[in-house]
Design a protein around this ligand. Structure first.
Ligand code: ADP
Ligand code: ADP
Length: 224
């Protein structure tokens, strides 16, 4: 089965805003898949539906073969989500933040690999520093680390490099490629064509709540 299957998904918010109008696509296992679209296109709505944070109005979605309505627990465990906003409790250290997150996912202490994650993100020197003392880039990297504590086969990044400088953008891209090389399926939303082009095997373009293109990156660029 596909890593993610989305079928005819509709979202109408309670104020009447129709944010998704029958969205369908698959993300194959092992891909880096880009969901590209301008602000307001519906990208975050779709990610929030997959994360179980927003209820869809109609349609179906499954993650790693688990239907998000019939088997939300397993569906949720199959993804790690890196949110757009950097929201932190300033009183925890990176190591504590990862351990807390692991606890929330019920990861047994012997299966935790917080220090390994911090090393991979080059945050090991900051393992015991308070989060408020971290730079913006370090906080971004810690957010990725938090999404990985339960070892999900799929990582979803919502606008990973919005408002980020070039150097950090390159670092984040490199890390996404490394995770992909290790077998993780990656989905990212972006409004930068350049970012989708650089990283993604396949790109779906969403606009006004509709998928208007969905193709291999090379094919999409050849016809653009
Ligand atoms: P749902 O339809 O999923 O129940 P709601 O329509 O009740 O969601 O909205 C959830 C929250 O999002 C509310 O607190 C609302 O104020 C806020 N919200 C409303 N409009 C927008 C918007 N355009 N963008 C982001 N958040 C919004
Ligand atoms: P994107 O992530 O592509 O910028 P969003 O999914 O955030 O797009 O928003 C899609 C549309 O839905 C926008 O018009 C936005 O204003 C609206 N929207 C988002 N959240 C809410 C909400 N909670 N209530 C009402 N409208 C919303």
């Amino acid at each position: 089965t596909a890593a993610i299957e989305i079928r005819d998904v509709e979202k109408v918010y309670s104020d009447g805003k129709r944010a998704l109008k029958g969205v369908s696509f698959d993300v194959e296992r092992g891909q880096i898949f880009g969901l590209l679209g301008p602000n307001g296109a519906g990208k975050s709505t779709l990610i929030n539906i997959l994360a179980g944070l927003v209820n869809k109005t109609a349609g179906s979605a499954s993650i790693w073969g688990f239907d998000i309505d019939d088997d939300p627990r397993n569906a949720k465990r199959a993804i790690g989500i890196v949110p757009q906003e950097v929201l932190f409790d300033a009183f925890f250290t990176p190591l504590e933040a990862l351990e807390l997150q692991a606890g929330m996912y019920g990861v047994a202490p012997k299966d935790r690999r917080s220090m390994e994650i911090l090393r991979a993100l080059r945050l090991e020197d900051k393992a015991n520093a308070y989060a408020r003392t971290l730079s913006g880039g370090m906080k971004r990297r810690l957010l990725i680390g938090k999404a990985l504590v339960h070892n999900p086969p799929i990582l979803i990044l919502d606008e990973p490099t919005a408002g980020v400088d070039i150097e950090l953008r390159q670092q984040l891209w490199e890390y996404v490629r490394q995770l992909h090389a290790e077998g993780t399926t990656v989905v990212l939303t972006t409004h930068y064509l350049e970012e989708a082009e650089e990283l993604c095997d396949r790109i779906a373009i969403i606009n006004h709540g509709e998928v208007i293109a969905n193709d291999r990156t090379s094919t999409l660029l050849a016809t653009a």
